[in-house]
Design a protein around this ligand. Structure first.
Ligand code: NFS
Length: 671
């Protein structure tokens, strides 16, 4: 039966994307949106019940009790497929972390053209956490030692990876008891592959226990290293003004779109694009200059630090090319569709691959390395400028939105307490009093199988009305940005009364953009600092907080979800579950779905659930937040209690000494 073709309004809620999808149709060109309509997913593979790990298969199982040729059960097959995805996702983040560590090492030794250490304060803070001597030493010396420590984490064979000490004490103890503290980042990924080779680990729970360890090697290992090294090299983000959506492309300028993940290249392209010689070169080609923008997490990296506009999230990569206005799309690693090359052949756009790890047939390859970064970045820009004269008709949707990104955990700490007493106290107090009901992290990808941005923004808007403070990263953050939720005033219009008071008093938008997907580690740090601040229990699983990835599609998302669960969070994924059974399986036989939910919750206090319906996602989020509030003995959330006391009261309380502040808050709460 042919699949129903969706209207553009069903494919995306973003008007700029709708405009470009109409153009694609006029031009007879396919996109991920139309291909998703044409191609039905295999319901055996999508539920994790197809095993193709050896040449006796693929064994496609559909019914309870069936086994593969080797005797593997559905549960074993699902667990193996899941851990392989987590290992691949963790490998992607961690390999990014490794590249950042090598760049830090090269910069420390004066071997990286164009780079410098931008955030010496963060370098010193992070190094001190790992007992690296800082007093009386030059930043380069400290950075060299830190880089060595980072690099050693990947190939470490025994012991515990160093960043694990950044987690709350109680959580570290739990991981030790469970035997899931990663020994080395690469080791856990390799072991995940070994265990899932034909004839190895065939106890689903035992496999999934290692999935936890592999994911921790990502979240509290490779990703955390990636974030810290990027901040040290390029600066820790602080709020600035940015813009998002395809309207950031310029008709009279050379448009260069950087797409992918690692900030090493994109930061240098930013620097090269401001070089007077390059600007002159662009003007000589008849353009007004160079307009740089980003897609996916590269967009988030340069948006957070430099205010470079985001052309869009994952599903915007093809749409940017459809404008006909992009001279070059420069890609490095991850989330880059092979379809870009074929699509670009209908326009003048050059797809330039730059990573030694990623080539796409038909694209131009200009290999990047950190030692000659600036020279290579200029070469890439010249290639784009030379292509300007080949531009044909353009169609840029005049749609874009302002936003304020840049909420690193350091900045959140600072903004809450001011420069003399930076602290998470006001946030904890606001949660304890019920002004803020809880916190939700709405993160992750776009998926063309659902309506682009719909689930992200529906969940975000509803939670805001319920006084839930939302933090975002990745493509989810860009979805909210396009909708205007990342702006001070505009974002506050539809926010619950208590949350609004807090946002107005502190001067923040209700949705805090915390960066790219590797920067989900910033959320781990925030949660840890909230624990350390006191009043919300002594471990992450006690905080009224939930993580959501409503439109997930990548293996990295599964790795993130799993390390958040292992850290104690309730994590809800939208879309379809990679471990659910076929519809005719009895619910009780969905052993893996149950294990990663109730099973993991018993051990880690966090659980992973796949919920397709957004209303159910929202209801479960609020239910969990309220359950955690009750367990902490906090007042029941009551939306009518706040909203009239206004900014002054909040500001007054904020100025009080700790004891007085607590009694003021509980005085209010006792009413
Ligand atoms: Ni995250 Fe960033 Fe986007 Fe998904 Fe891909 S860009 S690392 S994986 S699609 S959020």
């Amino acid at each position: 039966m042919p699949k129903k073709k969706r209207t553009v309004e069903e494919q995306t809620i973003d008007p700029a994307a709708q405009e470009m999808l109409i153009r694609a149709e006029e031009l007879g060109l396919s996109t991920a949106f139309s291909r998703a309509d044409d191609l039905s997913p295999c319901n055996i593979g999508s539920t994790g019940m197809c095993c193709k790990l050896c040449g006796m298969g693929p064994c496609r199982l559909t019914k309870d009790g069936q086994t593969g040729i080797c005797g593997a059960t559905i549960d074993t097959i699902q667990a193996r497929n899941l851990i392989r995805a987590i290992a691949a996702g963790g490998a992607a983040h961690s390999d990014h972390g490794r590249d950042m560590a090598f760049t830090l090492k090269a910069v420390a030794n004066g071997e990286a053209e164009g780079y410098s250490i931008k955030d010496v304060a963060k370098l010193r803070t992070v190094a001190a956490r790992y007992d690296i001597p800082i007093e009386g030493r030059a930043p380069e010396e400290i950075a060299n030692d830190l880089a060595d420590l980072y690099i050693s984490q990947f190939g470490q064979q025994k012991g515990e990876i160093a960043p694990i000490i950044r987690a709350p004490k109680k959580r570290q103890e739990l991981w030790k008891e469970q035997g899931v503290v990663p020994r080395g980042i690469d080791r856990e990924v390799v072991e995940a592959l070994h265990r899932t080779h034909i004839g190895d680990d065939q106890d689903p729970e035992h496999i999934l226990n290692h999935a936890i360890r592999t994911s921790l090697a990502d979240g509290w290992g490779g990703s955390m290293i990636a974030t810290d090294a990027a901040d040290i090299l390029f600066g820790t983000p602080a709020p600035l003004l940015g813009q998002a959506n395809l309207g950031v492309l310029k008709d009279d300028m050379v448009n260069v779109v950087v797409h992918g993940h690692e900030p090493t290249l994109s930061e240098m392209i930013v620097a090269a694009s401001q070089d007077p010689e390059i600007i002159e070169y662009a003007k000589a080609a008849g353009a007004q200059g160079i307009s740089l923008s980003g897609i996916c997490c590269t967009a988030n990296e340069i948006l957070m630090r430099q205010g470079i506009p985001a052309a869009g999230n994952f599903l915007h990569q093809e749409l940017a090319i459809l404008t006909g206005a992009v001279e070059a799309m420069v890609v490095d690693v991850q989330c880059i569709m092979q379809a870009l090359v074929d699509l670009a052949s209908n326009f003048h756009t050059k797809i330039i691959t730059t990573s030694p790890k990623v080539k796409i047939k038909g694209s131009t390859h200009i290999e990047f390395n950190e030692h000659q970064a600036l020279t290579i970045a200029k070469e890439i820009l010249r290639e784009a400028i030379d292509n300007y004269q080949n531009r044909g008709t353009t169609h840029i949707p005049q749609i874009k939105e302002d936003l304020i990104p840049g909420f690193s955990h350091e900045y959140i700490n600072y903004m809450l307490g001011g420069s003399y007493r930076a602290s998470f106290r006001p946030l904890n107090d606001a949660i304890m009093s019920g002004r803020i009901r809880g916190v939700a992290a709405v993160v992750g990808c776009n998926n063309p199988r659902s309506s682009q941005d719909y689930l992200h923004t529906k969940v975000t808007k509803e939670l805001l009305q319920q006084d839930v403070l939302v933090v975002e990263t990745g493509c989810g953050a860009i979805a909210s940005a396009k909708l205007g939720l990342l702006l001070g005033k505009a974002g506050l219009e539809q926010v619950g009364p208590g949350l609004r008071e807090v946002c107005e008093a502190i001067g923040i938008p209700p949705v805090l953009h915390m960066g790219s997907c590797v920067d989900n580690t910033r959320i781990l740090t925030v949660l840890t600092q909230m624990v350390e601040e006191g009043g919300l229990g002594d471990d992450i699983d006690q905080i009224p907080a939930v993580g959501l990835a409503p439109e997930w599609m990548s293996e990295k998302a599964l790795a993130i979800g799993t390390y958040c669960v292992a850290s104690g969070a309730y994590v809800i994924f939208g879309g379809s579950s990679p471990v659910s059974g076929m519809p005719d399986r009895v619910a009780d036989s969905d052993i893996i779905s149950h294990y990663i939910s109730e099973g993991w919750e018993k051990i880690y206090g966090g659980k992973l659930e796949f919920i397709a319906d957004p209303d159910e996602m929202i209801a479960k989020t609020l239910e969990h937040i309220d359950k955690k509030r009750a367990a902490l003995g906090l007042p029941v959330y009551d939306p009518d209690r706040f909203g009239e006391s206004g900014d002054t009261r909040m500001l007054e309380i904020e100025q009080m000494p700790f004891e007085e502040r607590v009694s003021a808050i509980y005085g209010v709460a006792a009413d």
